[in-house]
Write a protein of this length. Structure first.
Length: 331
């Protein structure tokens, strides 16, 4: 297993989430953990090849280590997209084999690729030949009426034989018909034991578990039980301080010693830069609403930002006033 920066960081990662883990979100998350691996939203390979590359791929070097997640199933096009992404500086390229949305299915990629490990193997082989950074895969345990106990080991065997040695496994099936993407993140039952078994079967692979992990305690529990990494999505987004602020201390043995209030202050120059480039405050602060979740003043913080960050001309003062809802009650 190569010991590169992204692989070390993969002990804890924030999952790729469309519309959520954009560059502003990642910058914010990075202020809470220097070490966790941060994933982009999924970007399709054709978009990378033909679209506005700076808009789709541009990011701030201070977000590193960042992994780009690609969607696609054409080996040559994925290889081309991976090469472009490597030139942008991404620390890892990840292939999406877990997303069940209709839009993705009609493009024949995402979770439907669980039915075609030979094609996934071809795709990753082409990507690996094109880049030096790690190529990784995020997958499900199966789709529809597949038997995960059969399908998952076969998938891992075929795809790892093509050169991938790091996987994130969302520990539930996806139902390609009848469930919405949102339902597909909640309704199919979680099967963590199967993911643990995969670590036993493939001890040389780096395996991260994903799905329904709500606390840092749970994440540490999985690592203690022998998994290599834990990937957290919704909890990291909705309660970022609970998941990320202690992550460097508890998972990477390198305490950060920073408070949520300090994170807000550290966001201010970033926000000022974004506004100076013509951006809007709400594009950044929408990711910060959950920062004080569970603390006195959290509701005032959230409400003040929600009501004011989208107003024309809104600037850093809106953030500082929102913060007073928390600091006043803490005093
Ligand atoms: C809003 C949203 C968008 C998502 N977009 C993606 C995506 O682009 N690519 C992907 O592989 N998974 C995507 N997912 C799934 C997450 O990466 C993750 O697998 C899932 O939410 C389960 O983990 P969790 O229970 O920790 O949230 C998305 C999830 C959410 C909530």
């Amino acid at each position: 297993m190569p010991n590169n920066a992204a692989t070390q960081a993969a002990r804890l990662s924030v999952a790729p989430m469309m519309d959520w883990t954009d560059r502003h979100c990642r910058f914010f998350h990075r202020l809470m953990s220097r070490h966790a691996l941060l994933y982009t939203e999924m970007v399709t390979a054709p978009a990378v090849v033909h679209g506005d590359k700076e808009r789709l791929l541009g990011f701030d070097a201070r977000e590193q280590p960042v992994a780009l997640q690609l969607g696609g199933s054409d080996p040559a096009q994925l290889a081309q997209a991976a090469r472009i992404a490597e030139d942008f500086g991404y620390a890892e390229i990840n292939l999406n084999c877990g997303c069940p949305s209709d839009r993705v299915q009609s493009g024949s990629f995402g979770a439907i690729l669980m039915e075609n490990p030979a094609l996934v193997a071809e795709c990753v082989a082409a990507m690996i030949a094109a880049v030096r950074v790690p190529v990784t895969v995020k997958c499900r345990i199966g789709v529809d009426d597949q038997d995960p106990a059969v399908v998952l080991p076969d998938f891992l065997a075929q795809v790892s034989a093509a050169g991938v040695d790091r996987f994130s496994v969302h520990a539930r099936k996806a139902w390609l018909q009848g469930l919405s993407p949102k339902e597909n993140r909640d309704i199919p039952p979680l099967n963590y034991d199967l993911v643990m078994e995969m670590k036993g079967l493939f001890p040389h692979l780096h395996i991260s578990v994903n799905g329904g992990i709500a606390t840092l305690d749970d994440a540490v529990g999985f690592l203690d039980r022998g998994l290599d990494g834990v990937m957290i999505g919704r909890a990291a987004y909705h309660t970022p301080a609970d998941i990320l602020l202690e992550a460097d201390a508890r998972i990477f043995d390198d305490p950060l010693g920073r408070t949520a209030e300090e994170v807000v202050h550290l966001m201010l120059p970033y926000i000022a830069d974004h506004l100076a480039k013509g951006g809007r405050l709400g594009q950044v602060t929408r990711h910060m609403l959950g920062l004080f979740q569970g603390r006195p003043g959290a509701r005032g913080w959230r409400r003040h930002l929600s009501e004011n960050a989208h107003v024309d001309g809104a600037g850093p003062d809106v953030v500082l006033t929102a913060l007073e809802h928390v600091t006043r009650l803490a005093a």
